[in-house]
Design a protein around this ligand. Sequence first.
Ligand SMILES: Nc1nc2c(ncn2[C@@H]2O[C@H](COP(=O)(O)OP(=O)(O)O)[C@@H](O)[C@H]2O)c(=O)[nH]1
Ligand SMILES: [Mg+2]
Length: 203
Amino acid sequence: MQAVKIVVTGPFGAGKTQFIKTVSEIDVVATERRISAADERALKESTTVAMDFGRITIDDDLVLYLFGTPGQKRFDFMWEILSEGMLGFIVLVDSTRPETFREARRILETFRAYAPTPYVVAANKQDLPDAWDVEDLRIALRLPDNVKLVPCVATDKESVKKVLLELLYSILEWIESGEAHRLPKEIERTGASSSDDGKQSAE
Ligand SMILES: Nc1nc2c(ncn2[C@@H]2O[C@H](COP(=O)(O)OP(=O)(O)O)[C@@H](O)[C@H]2O)c(=O)[nH]1
Ligand SMILES: [Mg+2]
């Protein structure tokens, strides 16, 4: 059994907790607290202060552990801790709130600096009428064409799975390319690089 750690990050209110809750097969260990700041409370009643934790089994050989980060700057000391050992990350963006795009970009850069793992950007809340189109979002976020930008509705399980699968494909490609050897400890721990695993190379 391989365990792959994935971090779900993005600005406050982007839908990280929702994303993990929608897809997790275990009750999400959410560390939500009531919000005290009035401006933030206008958006929602509670927020993640340490992390969200969820799990999804892909098949007999593969289980994903999802770690959601807290969104606000004052909790970003948690980010580096959560990024340890991750094999990939997802940056969720609220497609209806352009005022958060700059922050999303900053978070993306911060996580890229922690580890050279694959990542995808998920354009969340695509079910809402005022959601930005993904191609406009790509321009606003200054994402080059080779960065995966996937439309997402975090309340919809199939949509969340699609985002996770896109990331998994990138992770597998990355491991097969040999690039992942820059992270020997993490790969070893999850068993993902073992060349004696016939099943993996048979595919
Ligand atoms: N319509 C819609 N609402 C969403 C979606 N994803 C999240 N939300 C809502 O957006 C709000 C913020 O989500 P939350 O998961 O708490 O954001 P977090 O701060 O990133 O953890 C909540 O009220 C969610 O129910 C989505 O895809 N569509
Ligand atoms: Mg949250």
